[in-house]
Design a protein around this ligand. Sequence first.
Ligand SMILES: NC(=O)c1ccc[n+]([C@@H]2O[C@H](COP(=O)([O-])OP(=O)(O)OC[C@H]3O[C@@H](n4cnc5c(N)ncnc54)[C@H](O)[C@@H]3O)[C@@H](O)[C@H]2O)c1
Length: 340
Amino acid sequence: MAEVVIVSDKEVESVVDLDRAIGLVEDAFRGLLTGQSRAFPVVREAVPQHAGTFGIKSGHIDHLDALGLKAGGFWLNNGERGLTNHQSAILMFDPATGMPNGLVAANYLTMVRTAALGAIGCKYLARPDSRRLCLIGAGVQGRAQLQAARHVLPQVDDIRIYDPVPGKAASLAAEITAASAASVAAGTGGGGKVAAKGYDDAESAVRGADVVITATPSTKAIAMSDWVGEGTHVNAMGADTKGKQEHDPALVARVKLVVDNLAQCLELGESQHAYRLGLLRPESVHAEIAQVISGQKPGRQSPHETTLFDSTGVAIQDLAVASYAVGAIRASGRARTVTL
Ligand SMILES: NC(=O)c1ccc[n+]([C@@H]2O[C@H](COP(=O)([O-])OP(=O)(O)OC[C@H]3O[C@@H](n4cnc5c(N)ncnc54)[C@H](O)[C@@H]3O)[C@@H](O)[C@H]2O)c1
């Protein structure tokens, strides 16, 4: 009989913060190059009756004994029910026997593992002195991506936010500005004052930014190529399904492009559009992020390069964090188990 540890969102949150997630995600990606980590083909299908997208991402990280899958996805109208649009859970198996051994809530986990990969994209590809940051999409991921980018780019002091829902960008901007002022007044948090502003149009928010982060479920380009200046880094986090799109394909075709997983990005990521239009060839993709993390290929090499990181989310991010959370909860002596 299989004994399965059940780990809740709150429990994952109690043991995995952004720093921990960055370390776990970097290690998992390094493992891809040594054959320690593997990501299996993704299932991603529409559930049009409920404006949902259901997906399964699975893989194996040998040195962590982590084998499993994350199932769930994105339900566009969940907000009306007071739920977050992203919903998922991870099922883990013992790689030696195939017996299930863990069920881990994956809403917080997805947020933090995606934030971690966003931070990694900024760390290797953005100019370290970046100050002006543009965020498009002020939802769950947008907030987490903003925090992650500021974590690795401490000189950011000018934040521009665009979201089409009236008031949403302005309200996040006010929250950030107030939190920064409070932390400066209290002498905590380091750094100077941050000014954040909500914008009514994407173009004004993007133009002049050193870093542009997009985290939306958009299905058409929000940002045009000629808005993005030389030396800018773009983290394209939202497109993770066929048909989703945040950027002008001309931008994807002209930048130094790094992807989290080439096959996934050409099919599901921001790169799918430039690829389909014949503007992008697989061999012109500069690197997969694992190669950059491990030093096999360079990240940013000059302040003039315009870079873009296309992230679709890879199963090994989920498994690395889930495996750590299960281990930490077991070690705490408060693990809840069920016998199947
Ligand atoms: N790369 C990854 O690993 C990864 C992980 C998790 C989620 N995602 C994707 O990120 C996207 C956002 O996820 P979330 O959980 O933050 O969703 P969310 O619903 O919490 O937030 C999305 C935000 O985008 C805004 N938005 C929608 N259309 C827009 C447009 N055209 N222009 C600007 N803003 C727009 C919405 O108003 C909302 O504020 C989804 O597509 C999701 O599938 C990717």
